[in-house]
Design a protein around this ligand. Structure first.
Ligand SMILES: [Zn+2]
Length: 97
């Protein structure tokens, strides 16, 4: 049943591939008050956020070319980068290319 004429679906742009996608289909990353970057699975944490597709290609592009750090205006250390890159293991194998 449609109770509203138009339902607003929030969209966000992936910082790697620049594609606009429904917010719920993207993964939010947030800059903590310590300056590190965390994956925000709840998408509700306070702080500057950036969005990425759940695709390895986007993930690696964002981390490898520092797009994520630029988007969130911070610098992360190697340990933080490794932690974030490890998240690509949760993505489907079919998205390797
Ligand atoms: Zn993307």
């Amino acid at each position: 049943m449609m109770h509203q004429k138009s339902k607003y679906i929030p969209q966000r742009t992936c910082i790697a591939c620049q594609q606009k996608t429904d917010k719920k289909d993207l993964i939010r990353l947030v800059r903590t008050d310590k300056g590190s970057i965390e994956v925000d699975m709840s998408a509700r944490k306070p702080g500057r956020g950036a969005y990425l597709c759940p695709k390895r290609r986007c993930w690696e592009m964002a981390l490898g070319r520092k797009r994520l750090e630029r988007a969130l205006r911070t610098n992360i250390d190697d340990a933080n980068r490794e932690t974030l890159l490890a998240y690509d293991k949760i993505f489907p194998e079919g998205d390797l290319t």
